[in-house]
Design a protein around this ligand. Structure first.
Ligand code: NAI
Ligand code: UGA
Length: 445
């Protein structure tokens, strides 16, 4: 099929590349000229596993191309994915829908033949009806609308798009359903992915409910980390033991400094606001509690760093601060709990020096207020305490790191606020390890 992907950010760029991999001819439309130029050169505008490989495979052949010109896409494609951003409004009261309504309003009058518009952006309940009105007002007859929310995780964007757990399509006509079946035919043909066809309102709620559940699971285990810290118990063992029950599971149960990123925080906030508007009081109370637990995690992390440093407080304390990305596998620092922790430590008088394997450029650009080190060695050099703030395998799984880092730090104190290292590796190299919700581990005297 000939398709367009309008908006080529963290969702749209991998989606466009994955659609080319499925065999479609794809045109990506991106308003930001710098992002568009990078994509045209066959590179990803951010770090995302597998994205550069697909861009290098398909951009030179012309199967995948990028433009800033919406008209080119309108003329070329029979199906248009809308993958533009839905940031939180400045006052926090729901999404700023300007990009979605703007993209559809601009596209609709350019369409000269029947085609399908497929919304992928995460939107609030009631949006599809408004998009439908824009299409009815501005487009020729025969333009169908489908809402097809996306469930990919950053860091796994390509893999999740090509191998989704399910495909959800909110449709209002048989033609729209046919179009969605055609575009995803190579995936659906494998027979192991369920296509869930529903009316648009249900598709909208499915997406918000999925992110709300994921956030709830993280806040639940983080609340248990608080319990464990007070009870002298070990949250990692608790998470493992309860997760063995298949009704609970182990995925999405890693305790830490809470969820961040470009999606869960804003989606929870926007959904809660909308639920409040429509009077879903129990759901509002539940999601407010989830957010409340999440907010408290950075406070808990600051206290743990203070505990590690001992009585004299954080003033002047040199911190090797490992991690800037909101999670491992991405260069994205939007709502990064790691950088929020760094900010709070600076506020308390400490001197964190931040290093991240992939997010240095984005972090420096968006948060120039921090001190950065280009290399891990530079960050560790002379540190009074080491804080592991993003769960990169380079930090958490490198079994050589405890011994090599031990040689350059001023004191062997590790505060792992992502609960991702095996403390035994570090204790053997002479470190004392603090983790949220776990007993402190020190070398035997
Ligand atoms: N980032 C993720 O992992 C996922 C994001 N989503 C949802 O997807 C949507 C997009 O999110 P991200 O990609 O993270 O945002 P983003 O901000 O990274 O990307 C949005 C892109 O759209 C471009 N854009 C805006 N208006 C445009 C227009 N009229 N024409 C062409 N380009 C335009 C912007 O320049 C930007 O590059 C949001 O609703 C988000 O909640 C859903 C699932 C996963
Ligand atoms: O709607 C979206 O945009 C996407 O939001 C999340 O994906 P993503 O933001 O990429 O990140 P996650 O892997 O869910 O992690 C979110 C945050 O929670 C944290 N987290 C995650 C898992 C966990 O067990 N513990 C934990 O603290 C991560 O470090 C990160 O800060 C969802 O997982 C995707 O399904 C969804 O499509």
């Amino acid at each position: 099929m000939r398709i367009s992907v309008i908006g080529c950010g963290h969702l749209g760029a991998p989606h466009a590349a994955a659609m080319a991999e499925l065999g479609h001819e794809v045109i990506g439309v991106e308003l930001n000229p710098a992002t568009c130029r990078v994509l045209q050169s066959g590179r990803g505008p951010f770090f995302e596993k597998g994205l550069d490989d697909l861009l290098q495979k398909y951009v030179p052949t012309g199967r995948l191309r990028f433009t800033g010109d919406l008209m080119e896409a309108a003329e070329f494609a029979d199906l248009h994915f809308i993958a533009v951003g839905t940031p939180l409004r400045e006052d926090g009261r729901g999404y700023d829908m300007e990009q979605v309504f703007g993209a559809v309003s601009a596209l609709a009058p350019l369409l000269t033949r029947p085609c399908t518009i497929v919304g992928k952006s995460t939107v609030t309940v009631g949006t599809v009806a408004r998009v439908q009105e824009i299409i009815a007002d501005r487009a020729v007859d025969g333009v169908d609308l489908v809402w097809n929310p996306e469930f990919l995780r950053e860091g796994h964007a390509v893999e999740d798009t090509l191998h989704p757990d399910r495909i959800v399509a909110g449709v209002s006509s048989a033609e729209a359903q046919k179009a969605i079946e055609a575009v995803y035919a190579p995936i659906l043909g494998r027979g192991d992915v369920e296509l869930i066809v529903t009316e648009p309102a249900t598709a909208e709620v499915i997406k918000s409910a999925a992110n709300s559940f994921l956030a709830t699971k993280i806040s639940f285990i983080n609340a248990m980390a608080e319990v464990c810290a007070l009870a002298g118990a070990d949250v990692k063992t608790v998470a493992h033991a309860i997760g063995v029950d298949h009704r609970i599971g182990h995925a999405g149960m890693r305790p830490g400094i809470g969820y961040g990123g470009g999606c869960l925080p804003k989606d929870l906030r926007a959904f809660t606001h909308r639920l409040d508007e429509i009077g879903a009081t129990n759901a509002v109370a539940l999601l407010q509690a989830v957010e409340g637990v999440n907010r408290g995690r950075v406070d808990a992390a600051v206290e743990l760093v203070k505990e590690a440093v001992g009585g004299s407080g954080l003033a002047g304390v040199r911190i090797a601060f490992l991690g800037a990305a909101f999670k491992a596998g991405t260069s994205d620092v939007r709502n990064s709990p790691a950088l929020e922790l760094a900010r709070r430590l600076v506020q308390a008088g400490a001197r964190p020096v931040v290093h991240d394997p992939e997010a240095m450029e984005t972090a420096r650009r968006l948060h120039p207020e921090h001190t950065y080190a280009d290399t891990l060695a530079e960050a560790l050099d002379g540190a009074d305490v080491t804080v592991l703030a993003t769960e990169w395998p380079q930090f958490g799984e490198d079994t050589e790191l405890p011994a090599s880092a031990a040689r350059t730090v001023a004191a062997r104190r590790l505060v792992d606020v992502r609960t991702c290292v095996d403390p035994r590796d570090w204790v053997t190299a002479g470190w004392t390890v603090w983790q949220l919700g776990r007993p402190v581990r020190s070398p035997q005297p």
